[in-house]
Design a protein around this ligand. Sequence first.
Ligand code: MG
Length: 293
Amino acid sequence: MKKTYRLALGVAAACGLAVPALSQTGVVDQTELQQIMAQHPEWAKWLADPKLASLTLAGPQMPNSQWRADDIRRPQPPKIETGTACSAAPPSDADVLFDGKNLSKWTGDHVEEWTLKNGVVTTGARVYNFLKTKQSYGDSQIHVEFREPAQPNPPLNPQYHGNSGVFPMGLYEVQILDGTNNQTYADGMVGAIYTQSPPLVNAGRPPGVWQCYDITFHAPRFTGTTVTDPARMTVMLNGVLVQDNTVLIGATVHGKVATYTPHAAELPLALQDHGNPDSHVSFRNIWIRRLSR
Ligand code: MG
């Protein structure tokens, strides 16, 4: 544990970050905030907002971690260039959820606010307006292709730039976000399991370019009110491993430490509309395969 902590500090120092000085009270250390803003002018634009500074510097302590939830001090994964891996025809045993023709496999409270045009479905601008599959799934292999919006005048808050997400069981988010010139807290960037696990690398492609997720999801198992086998995810982003059999600590929450609440063995897959006007994320070629174990 001690060794891990020293290694992480070494990485933080190598990235030019201030050595973490985590408050025990959840209050932003103003001296540290000013240091971080001086070291990272691009972050200072949004860290100047007291709410965002509090979110990213004074969230709850994550279990078995030196970092807080959504902590900007957590080291940023290295940015890499991906190959051309992405689009492929679905395997013959896949349940094709979206092939560009219609949304007949999907439901939701406001499906009509998602637009279907030229074989592509795009988010509207309603906060947390989820598109959910009519069918339920547990253990599964999921393929999703998505495209980030080009925004000449990107919003100050990096979380408002092309935010969406793939939610196996409607509960466990693999984050979708612009990962090019758009730095945010590492556990909230593209490839992250949101507010839990940063990606191994930043394998995001630029806005306007199609990208793909290939996710292997293992649903949690419960005995009574206790989780006896937590959810696990292996995630490839644009053909690059970004989550390696990551164990989830609970259902996705924002700015909190996730916990489990027992649920059904199978639940609908969901796609997120984060609700940011002029920042619409598009999707194509979505399929899923049921797995058994
Ligand atoms: Mg999201």
